[in-house]
Design a protein. Structure first.
Lengths: 427, 308
C-alpha cells in the first residue's frame, strides 16, 4: 500500500469536487432545503389553526352550552329549535362545520353524544370536542351532586413532572423532548449524509468505468489505493461542507442573538422581563455537550467509511446507474432499519434492544448519537461500538476492494450476487 | 543472470476466468529496442496478457519479469500503457490531468510539468493546457491520451490496439511517435489485427489463438520459414482473365494487383503466360507470404488441429 498514491488520488477527488458547481450549489441548497423541511410544516400548522371552525349545539338541558361557551366561545354556537333537517342543511351549506344535540340523557345516563359533521373535522377537532364535553358533563354532574369545591379541585388537579438530569457538576433541567429532538436531528443528518456522500462515491466509480479511464488508472495504482483515496477524498469534501454549514449557522445564530439583544434594549425591556419572555418560549435549546459533538462527528465519519465502501462496491459491480437499483437493496436495508428503531430506542435508550441495535456497526452511526443525546451511554458500549465499527470497516473495504478490482474491468457483464461472491474469491 | 537480457520475459503464464481459459501456458520474450507485435483474433488472450504485464490482473500460474523484476508495483512506472478502452476525466483540465497521471507513476511535480510542456508542444496542443478535457474534440482527446501514456518517460511502451478508433491523422501521428520512440532506444509492444501496420513497423511478433501462442519470432524469420511460395502479379488491363484460371485461390485481389499461393510449381508458368497474353504485366514476383496470409493460414490450421 502506498500512502503517497492514496494521497494523490485523495487530492484530485477533493479538489475537482470542491471546485465544481455541484459542490457550491449543494452547499447552498442543502440548508435551504432543511429549513424548508422544518419550516413548512410549522408554517402550515399556523395556517391551520387560523381557520375558525363553528360547531352548532342544540342544547335541551340549557346548562351544557353555557359551560361549553365558557371553554371556547368561538367554537360553539347555539342552534335555534328547528328540525334536524335544518341543521343538516346548514352543514351542507358550510354555515357550520358540524353539530351536536345534547339532552338530559347525556347527563343522567352517560349516553353517547353524536357529532354530525361535513367531514371537515379531522382528529384534532374531534378530540377537542370530546375533551370539552367530558369536562362540561362532569362539572355539571358534580354540581348537581353538590360536591364541595375542595373535591372539585382534587378532581381537576393533574400530576406534573419536571425531569432533571444529574451530572457530575450538579443538576441540569433538561426536557427529554428537547434531548430527543437533538438526537433525532443528528440521527437524520447522518442518515441523509450517508446516502448523499455514498451516492457520490458510487457515481464516481461508475463514471470511471463509463469514461473508460479506469484501466489507465489501474496501470498506475492498485484498486485498493484508488478506492481508499476516493473514499477519503469525498469524505474530506463532506467534512468541508459540514464545516461551512456549522460555521455559517453559528455566525447566523450569533448575529441573530446580537440583533435581538439590541432590539430588546431599544424596546426598553428590562432584564427580568426578557428572562420571562425567554422562559415562555416552548422549547428551550438544550446545552449540547462536547462529548455529544465528538460522538456525532466520530460516528458520522465511521458510518461514512462503512457505507461508502459498500456504495463503491455497488458502483464497481454495476455498468451504469440504472443497473444499481437491484444492487442497492442490500445497502438500503441496513440504512433504513435504524430509522425504524428510532422510536423504540428513544422511548428507552437503555433497553436491551437499544443497546444491542446501537452496537451493530451498520446501525451505530444513526442510533449511537441518538442514545448519547438522551442518556449517558456507558464507556464500554462506546468502546465496543468503536471496535466493532473498525472491524466492520476493515472487512468491508477489503471485500469491496476485491469486488471493485474485478468489477471495474468487467464492461457489459451483468453482476449478480453470486457473480460478486466469485469476484471476492478471485486472485 | 543471462548475458543477453530481455526487457520483458513471459514465462509459462496462465489465466482462467471461471471455466474459461483466457491464457494457456504462454511463453515469449521481448528484446530491448525493438517493436514487438502481439497478434491474434478477437478473444485470443492478447488483452489479458497485456493486463498481466501491467499488473492490472495477476496470472494464475507462471510469472512475468520486466527489466528482470517480477511484475508488481515496482514495474508499473517502467511502462507506458495505453489500453484499448481509453478515456480521460472529462471535467479535468488537460494540464492538471497529465500531471495527475504522471504523479501516479511516481514522477515529481516539477519534472511532470516540464515533460508535459514538451509533449504538448510536440503535439501542437500547448494551447489546450487550461481547457477541460470534455471541451476538446475526439481527435484532440486522442492526442492527450498519447501524451498521458508517454509523459513519465518509461523505457517500455505497451499499446493495446493503438490504432483502433483513431482518425487517419492521429493514426499517422501515433505511427511516427512509435518509430521515434524506437529510434531513441525504447521498446514498444503493441497488439493489433491490422496486418499492414505490423508489416511496416514490427521487428518481432507473437501470434495468439485461443489463449495459446502458435507462432513467435522475428518477422523476417517467420516469413522465411514459410518460403517464397507467394506470387505477386501487378498489371494494367482487364482483370477478368483471372476468372478463367482454375484451382488457384487469389488473395488481395484488386483491379491492378493480385497475390496467390500456387499449390505446386507447375501452376506458375501457365498463369504468367495467360497474364502476358491478356494484360500488360508490370511485375511478376515470387515473394515470402504476407503476414496477413500467415495469420489467416496459421489460425485456420490451428483451429483444425484443435477440432480434430
Amino acid at each position: 500500500m502506498s500512502t503517497d498514491k492514496i494521497f494523490i488520488v485523495l487530492k484530485r477527488e477533493y479538489l475537482t469536487r470542491v471546485r465544481s458547481k455541484a459542490f457550491i450549489i449543494s452547499t447552498i441548497l442543502a440548508p435551504v432545503f432543511m429549513i424548508m423541511l422544518i419550516g413548512i410544516p410549522v408554517l402550515l400548522s399556523f395556517l391551520d389553526t387560523d381557520k375558525a371552525r363553528v360547531i352548532g349545539v342544540y342544547d335541551e338541558t340549557g346548562v351544557l352550552l353555557p359551560r361549553l361557551e365558557l371553554l371556547s366561545d368561538s367554537l360553539y354556537t347555539e342552534l335555534p329549535p328547528a328540525p334536524v333537517d335544518t341543521f343538516r342543511a346548514m352543514v351542507l351549506a358550510n354555515r357550520i362545520d358540524g353539530y351536536i344535540l345534547l339532552n338530559e340523557r347525556h347527563l343522567t345516563e352517560n349516553a353517547e353524544v353524536e357529532f354530525i359533521s361535513g367531514g371537515t373535522g379531522g382528529l384534532s377537532l374531534i378530540s377537542a370536542i370530546r375533551s370539552d364535553l367530558r369536562s362540561v358533563i362532569r362539572d355539571e354532574r358534580l354540581n348537581r351532586e353538590q360536591v364541595s369545591d375542595a373535591v372539585k379541585d382534587i378532581l381537576n388537579s393533574r400530576a406534573t413532572i419536571v425531569s432533571r438530569k444529574i451530572t457530575e457538576t450538579g443538576e441540569e433541567t433538561t426536557s427529554t423532548e428537547s434531548l430527543f429532538i437533538v438526537g433525532y436531528i443528528m440521527c437524520f443528518i447522518i442518515y441523509g449524509a450517508l446516502f448523499f456522500y455514498g451516492a457520490i462515491i458510487m457515481r464516481s466509480v461508475i463514471e470511471e468505468k463509463t469514461s473508460r479511464i479506469i484501466e489507465v488508472i489501474t496501470s498506475s495504482v492498485r484498486p485498493f489505493e484508488l478506492l481508499m483515496g476516493k473514499v477519503l477524498g469525498v469524505g474530506a469534501v463532506g467534512l468541508t461542507q459540514f464545516t461551512i454549514w456549522a460555521a455559517s449557522s453559528a455566525a447566523i445564530m450569533g448575529g441573530a442573538g446580537m440583533y435581538f439583544a439590541s432590539q430588546m434594549d431599544t424596546s426598553g425591556l428590562v432584564g427580568d422581563e426578557a428572562m420571562a419572555a425567554a422562559a415562555q418560549s416552548p422549547i428551550t435549546m438544550p446545552e449540547i455537550g462536547i462529548g455529544l459533538w465528538v460522538g456525532f462527528v466520530f460516528f458520522f465519519i465511521m458510518g461514512y467509511l462503512i457505507y461508502s465502501s459498500l456504495f463503491a462496491a455497488v458502483g464497481a459491480a454495476a455498468d451504469n446507474e440504472s443497473d444499481t437499483q437491484q444492487l442497492m437493496l442490500p445497502i438500503s436495508m441496513p440504512i433504513i432499519i435504524p430509522i425504524l428503531l428510532v422510536g423504540p430506542v428513544a422511548s428507552d435508550p437503555n433497553s436491551t434492544l437499544a443497546v444491542v441495535s446501537s452496537l451493530i456497526p451498520f446501525f451505530t452511526p444513526m442510533l449511537m448519537p441518538l442514545r448519547m443525546a438522551m442518556t449517558d451511554v456507558p464507556i464500554w458500549q462506546l468502546g465496543a461500538a468503536v471496535v466493532l465499527m473498525s472491524a466492520a470497516f476493515t472487512g468491508l473495504i477489503w471485500v469491496s476492494a476485491r469486488i471493485y478490482r474485478v468489477g471495474i474491468l468487467m464492461y457489459g457483464k451483468k453482476a449478480s450476487f453470486s457473480e460478486m461472491a466469485k469476484w471476492i474469491r478471485y486472485n | 543472470m543471462q548475458t543477453h537480457m530481455s526487457i520483458v520475459d513471459v514465462r509459462n503464464i496462465s489465466k482462467r476466468f471461471g471455466d474459461f481459459v483466457a491464457v494457456d501456458k504462454v511463453n515469449f520474450s521481448v528484446e530491448p529496442g525493438r517493436i514487438f507485435g502481439i497478434l491474434g483474433p478477437n478473444g485470443a488472450g492478447k488483452t489479458t496478457t497485456i493486463r498481466m504485464m501491467n499488473y492490472i490482473t495477476i496470472p494464475d500460474e507462471g510469472d512475468i519479469h520486466i527489466n528482470g523484476v517480477k511484475v508488481g508495483r515496482e514495474t508499473q512506472p517502467m511502462i507506458g500503457y495505453m489500453p484499448e478502452e481509453r478515456g480521460l476525466y472529462k471535467k479535468m483540465k488537460v494540464g492538471e490531468h497529465l500531471i495527475y497521471l504522471a504523479q501516479l507513476k511516481g514522477v515529481p511535480l516539477d519534472k511532470a510539468k516540464t515533460a508535459l510542456r514538451y509533449w504538448l508542444e510536440r503535439f501542437e496542443a500547448i494551447d489546450w493546457i487550461n481547457k477541460e478535457v470534455g471541451e476538446l474534440s475526439k481527435g484532440m482527446q486522442q492526442k492527450i491520451q498519447f501524451i498521458a501514456t508517454i509523459v513519465h518517460d518509461p523505457s517500455l511502451y505497451i499499446f493495446d490496439e493503438p490504432f483502433s478508433g483513431l482518425d487517419p491523422i492521429n493514426s499517422e501521428l501515433l505511427k511516427q511517435v512509435i518509430l521515434e520512440l524506437k529510434a531513441s532506444g525504447k521498446t514498444i509492444i503493441f497488439s493489433t489485427h491490422r496486418m499492414e501496420q505490423v508489416e511496416q513497423m514490427c521487428d518481432d511478433i507473437v501470434l495468439y489463438n485461443e489463449g495459446r501462442t502458435i507462432l513467435e519470432g522475428k518477422v523476417q524469420d517467420i516469413k522465411r520459414s514459410f518460403g517464397k511460395r507467394t506470387v505477386i502479379l501487378e498489371f494494367d488491363g482487364d482483370a477478368s482473365f483471372l476468372d478463367t484460371i482454375e484451382g488457384v485461390h487469389f488473395n488481395n485481389r484488386s483491379n491492378r494487383f493480385v497475390e496467390f499461393t500456387p499449390k505446386d510449381e507447375s501452376q506458375i508458368r501457365p498463369i504468367l503466360e495467360k497474364a502476358m497474353a491478356s494484360v500488360d504485366v508490370h511485375r511478376f514476383e515470387r515473394v515470402y507470404p504476407s503476414l496477413h496470409e500467415i495469420f489467416i493460414e496459421s489460425v485456420k490450421n490451428d483451429r483444425s488441429h484443435v477440432n480434430r
